[in-house]
Design a binder for this molecule. Structure first.
Ligand code: MRU
Length: 334
């Protein structure tokens, strides 16, 4: 992704390995500050995944792969490292895919730094291809709704949901984006909007509960969201609130797409009801920043993801093309 920082244009990824360290764009402090943080141990990588310094399914998968490479460099037991990394966040399948790919590589006696680099580059390239395929769905003049952040920050580079949007804009199509603010962590307002500003893509942030209103008035032409885990039948988990958008889209005849690379597909699950859904601290709901927004005694629930049934999905945009849910087989994505 191209980022203008201190007057300079940088072409960078959300995270990368430098020597024996992993360097991350600190996603917790965007859009106010643009800074990097380094992890030197597997424990630090795990904590950066847990506290969402790095987030978004393919970026979490990359952190897992790099974490395993770091474990090999530091002579840490690889099974222990894999266990610690996999304990961080349960929903995004990419984490398990990335870590298990490295375990399989290590069992062949191969170098994990090289393998992790290759893994990360391949996933980024798949995201670029998602952009090419998804762009074919976008017509000049479209307004596209997206939820959470499924851009370069979430996916190493390019994005999943944002990749077709970038490609359409780069190709000269006049498009407009509605970015759901995405309570409680505000990834849409803070991160998607930051990426769109960097690219000069026209957009409005909308409150999470405004999408139905705009769909009903014919102001949204299509919805594209990312995915954290897609089951064999095409049901998928994504950021909390996605399900509601999908139901509203169907009610209003608005095409609804999810976009993801191979690393997000969990073909071992027959249906989305089996996807583990992370529940995070209630204080993410009770506070906005440092400010308590409810009575001190109030309690809250905070599921980080929800499951959208395949019947609401018009198509799944992948690196291999666009598929109807359930149509897709493992071999399509190798
Ligand atoms: O909790 P987050 O910020 O990691 O959730 C991210 C999302 O829900 C994204 O939409 C998803 O990971 C797909 S990004 C390619």
């Amino acid at each position: 992704m191209k980022v203008t920082h201190n007057g300079k244009e940088l072409d960078i990824r959300a995270l990368w390995m430098e020597g024996s360290k992993v360097r991350f764009i600190d996603q917790k402090i965007l859009p106010h500050r643009f800074e990097f943080v380094d992890a030197s141990t597997v424990e630090e990588v795990a904590r950066f995944i847990e506290d969402m310094t790095v987030r978004g399914a393919p970026s979490i998968g990359a952190a897992g792969a790099y974490g395993m490479a770091m474990a090999q460099i530091t002579d840490m037991d690889l099974a222990e490292a894999a266990k610690r990394l996999k304990r961080t966040r349960p929903t995004a399948f990419d984490l398990f895919y990335g870590v298990d790919s490295m375990l399989a590589t290590a069992s062949e006696g191969r170098d994990l730094v090289e393998a992790a680099e290759k893994y990360v580059t391949q996933i980024a390239e798949k995201c670029r291809k998602i952009g090419e395929h998804g762009n074919s769905l976008i017509k000049d003049g479209f307004t596209i709704l997206t939820h959470c952040n499924a851009g370069a920050l979430a996916t190493i580079d390019y994005g999943t949901a944002l990749s077709p949007i970038r490609a359409a804009h780069k190709g000269g199509k006049k498009i407009h984006v509605f970015a759901d603010e995405t309570r409680p962590r505000l990834q849409g307002a803070a991160l998607t909007s930051w990426e769109l500003v960097q690219e000069g893509i026209p957009h409005d942030i909308i409150p999470d509960n405004a999408a139905g209103h705009f769909m009903q008035r014919g102001e949204i032409d299509m919805v594209i969201v990312g995915a954290d885990r897609i089951a064999a039948n095409g049901d998928f988990a994504n950021k909390i609130g996605t399900y509601e958008k999908a139901v509203c889209a169907k009610e209003n005849g608005v095409p609804f797409y999810t976009a993801a690379p191979v690393s997000t597909f969990d073909f071992s699950l027959a249906s989305g009801m089996d996807i583990p859904i992370e529940e995070r601290s209630q204080d993410e709901v009770r506070y906005v920043g440092k400010e308590l927004i409810c009575p001190e005694k109030a309690t809250a629930r905070n599921p980080a993801f929800d499951m959208t049934p395949a019947r609401y999905v018009t198509g799944i945009i992948t690196e291999a093309g666009i598929f109807k849910p359930g149509e897709l087989k493992r071999e399509n994505l190798q």
